[in-house]
Ligand binder design. Structure first.
Ligand code: GA4
Length: 339
């Protein structure tokens, strides 16, 4: 198993991404000029990399710290306790705890994780998680379960996601600046939360923690502890390492947003490599549209592209069903493209 998730011998560490595009949401909120500049910077980053960093995000640092500590405590539980949160074997739900197996089509990684459904309407799965010993709640905060804590985190990140999507819409020059945010904030939006734990590498070398892929959804917001490992693929296919930053969020453009922008924004190919003696913990919110939503270029975008559509019509449900049948590294949008 280890051999399958190790990179071929000789593969060197990727050089760091020299300039990580960055947007400060607090600064963008200051005045119209700052907002317009931030919107332009976000659009440029989405066109160039499909990736950028968010600071001034407004998610309270104590909440981030509590989630990180609770995640560490969960993964420190005995294996049989964690397995209690596993999806029913043979079932069709991707939700729950799993170790090394990613998706249902044979992909493996040096990672264990929790995957949760987090629709805004509150229909979340799994509803409860095995009782990890939670760190004492700070004064004023009510003590709660790991699941409750993650729901609180999702609520805060979802709000921030709305702000980021509004900036994107402005950067795209859309008249309807709520067009993207509405999809992810809708009560029946199909969103998920992933909590990953990458154990330290067992011996010197590089292991694939999470193999290269693009995210199928509209947008992903990732936060990690101070351990490196995230790498993105640039336009020319070279891999670069993203320096860890435990105080910020990283944003990935997903496949659905690439379609909504008719290819103007780029769904970023990324992976996580494990070469550290310290564990990496990351938490990712994947913002998806409602299942019935038809994915097509947003109004106003086509006029400027000479009216040519790059993708055929499909719903998010259709796309997701198709995506979940693929291998992690596959180009999932290929079969929806016009020649
Ligand atoms: C990648 C983004 C999210 O982590 C995820 C992943 C999902 C899974 O782990 O079950 C997938 C992967 C992701 C893309 C293709 C399919 C589905 C594994 C896989 C091989 C939860 C998602 O939505 O798509």
């Amino acid at each position: 198993e280890l051999e399958q998730i190790a990179l071929p011998a000789g593969q060197r560490a990727a050089p760091p991404l020299a300039a990580v595009p960055e947007v400060d949401l607090a600064m963008a909120a200051a005045n119209a000029g700052a907002r317009a500049a931030a919107a332009r910077a976000v659009a440029r980053a989405c066109e160039e990399h499909g990736f950028f960093k968010v600071t001034g995000h407004g998610v309270p640092a104590p909440l981030l710290a509590r989630v990180e500590a609770a995640a560490a405590a969960f993964f420190a539980l005995p294996q049989q306790e964690k397995e209690k949160a596993a999806a029913a074997p043979g079932g069709s739900s991707p939700f729950g705890y799993a170790s090394k197996r990613i998706g249902g089509n044979g992909d493996l990684g040096w990672v264990e994780y929790l995957l949760l459904g987090v629709s805004a309407a509150g229909a979340a799965a799994p509803a409860a998680l095995p009782g990890a010993p939670l760190p004492a709640a700070p004064a004023g905060a009510s003590p709660c379960s790991f699941r409750d804590l993650l729901d609180e985190y999702v609520a805060a990140v979802r709000r921030m996601t709305g702000a980021v999507l509004e900036l994107m819409a402005e950067g795209l020059g859309l008249e309807d600046t709520g067009a993207l945010a509405r999809l992810v904030l809708a009560g029946d939006s199909d969103s998920m939360l992933r909590v990953n734990h990458y154990p330290p590498r067992p011996e010197p070398g590089r292991l694939t923690g999470f193999g290269e892929h693009t995210d199928p959804q509209i947008i992903s917001l990732l936060r990690s502890n101070a351990t490196a490992g995230l790498e993105i693929s640039l336009r020319d296919g070279t891999w670069v390492a993203v320096p860890a930053d435990a105080d910020s969020f990283f944003v990935n453009v997903g496949d659905a947003l690439q379609v909504l922008t008719n290819g103007r924004f780029r769904s970023v190919r990324h992976r996580v490599m494990v070469s550290s003696a310290r564990p990496r913990v990351s938490v990712i919110f994947f913002g998806g549209p409602p299942p019935r939503e038809r994915l097509a270029p947003l109004p106003g975008l086509l006029d400027r592209e000479g009216g040519r559509r790059r993708y055929r019509d499909f719903t998010w449900r259709e796309y997701k069903t198709s995506a979940y049948r693929t291998k992690l590294a596959d180009n999932r949008l290929g079969r929806f493209e016009f020649d």
